[in-house]
Ligand binder design. Sequence first.
Ligand SMILES: Cc1cc2nc3c(=O)[nH]c(=O)nc-3n(C[C@H](O)[C@H](O)[C@H](O)COP(=O)(O)OP(=O)(O)OC[C@H]3O[C@@H](n4cnc5c(N)ncnc54)[C@H](O)[C@@H]3O)c2cc1C
Length: 535
Amino acid sequence: MQFDSETDYCIVGAGAAGCVVADRLSESGRDRVLVLEAGPSDWHPFIHIPATFLQLVRDPRFSWYFQMEPERELKGRAQRAPQGKVLGGGSSINGMAFMRGQASEYDEWADKGCSGWGYNDVLPYFKKIERYVGGDDHYRGRSGPMSVTGANEVHLLTRSFVAAGIELGFPANADFNGSARDGIGVIQNNRRGRFRSGAAQTYLARARKRANVQIETHALGRRILFEGKRAIGVEFSRGGQVKRVRARREVILSCGSIKSPHLLQLSGVGPAETLAAAGIPVLHELPGVGRDLRDHLFVRIAHRVRGTQSMNERTRGFRLLYELAKYAVSGSGIMANATTSGALFCRSRPELAFPDVYVAFTPGSYAQQLQLEREPGMAISVIQSHPESVGTIRARTANPEDQPAIQPNYLSAALDRQTVVAGLRVARRLFAAPALARWSAHETKPGPSAQTDEDLLEFARSAGTPGLHFSTSCRMGTDANAVVTPDLKVRGLEGLRVIDASVMPGCSSGNTHAPVLMIGEKGSAMMIEDRGKPA
Ligand SMILES: Cc1cc2nc3c(=O)[nH]c(=O)nc-3n(C[C@H](O)[C@H](O)[C@H](O)COP(=O)(O)OP(=O)(O)OC[C@H]3O[C@@H](n4cnc5c(N)ncnc54)[C@H](O)[C@@H]3O)c2cc1C
């Protein structure tokens, strides 16, 4: 096979995980690291200003903006899935909510056969990511590359949401990334002063200064190249040309939960029937590739706001000009903050050992997916923390430019339907508590006519939107449907690992960015350890 260039490690995808891996693998200076990223560099100012990411999620220059399949349990609705297509991936266009998973779920990962991924194993890697002031030293990191901080300015409505929870008897939680997950409080962000502190602006920014790191933007990985069952390189396209790079040590897929399984399938690694239907010759049959996809469904109850200003009006017209001036002068105000700012973790049933409902508060409301309404509003999103509904990613054709079929099967599991209804009732109680009720004119979604459990489920089916926390489509494990082993190597192949959200054994509770960075840190540490072993 002819190659155009050579490297030691080739990382495909410079998203949240890919940036961490690029940095850690290049740190020693021993090896050459090539990073291929389909999108551009993170030049756009809206990436860096916390409140403006919403402007980029539909922009095809920075977002894949995938078209998903019609969802049976969501009344046949076929929705869009924005995913970062830029250095940093989702880490450059996400809502910056910085939330680890809860301790118990990592112990569950280990119990399911992912040895080395229990909470005590992963905690040091969570600490390694962050630079956080406050909290308990046992849980929090002080000197990592990523600045994590509380809200720059806690919106009056968010403070009222927290007060409402306390009125209802929920415990206050000052640090969701600390010892306990239960309770109500303010969400932390990966932010440095007035700017986003994402994986590209931290890990990749320092990696790219090293002589042994090469980053190719606008470079689409087309397929992995094999010699027998060993990955030896990557074929990619850039500027209309197709090139081949040889990877002397390993190829690492960090394309995220939609594109990593897709790229494996394009390379002939996956379920035989999927590959046959797409016209792709089978190199290595692996039935789990693209199976077990999970995502959080967000179902939002919204209220019209009176008596104060919400995000909706503060980000329009003259008020926006005022906010921009405030941001420019002092780095404060609505532009310096992410959208979702309050959270409650609670149980849908008292007998549960751990919270299964995540309730997230936004001092604004949406007209449609991630587009703020014009009128004043506030919203509570209800999320089943550990969705049991599983879906698929399937290549439709052998053409790397074509997008795969994305089918999460939201609400297909009975437990998810029950939990979302229970969560919507919690959200209603929060809106009715005096501290929050004083700012409400009336409920706009679903509206007062929705009262029974059936009504609420009907609302979830017609209004639920993708949480964009895709995971588990190249699941780690030791069973027949696992795609990677606990050291993130693709089962049955050599020289190939997957390191990104797709390897999670289940959807992480809360948000997924921090857990993905942890996977990047731990995956890199395992590779560096292997590198040190004699061949
Ligand atoms: C709009 C939005 C808001 C979100 N908000 C939050 C939040 O507030 N908090 C939170 O914790 N999480 C949030 N998330 C989720 C979080 O960002 C993701 O879980 C995380 O980014 C996943 O990391 P990853 O490394 O698996 O993949 P990604 O970050 O998606 O990175 C994958 C990268 O690979 C590149 N790529 C894909 N295919 C190829 C190919 N064939 N060749 C070359 N490059 C390729 C992509 O362009 C991308 O840059 C949000 C996500 C979105 C989209």
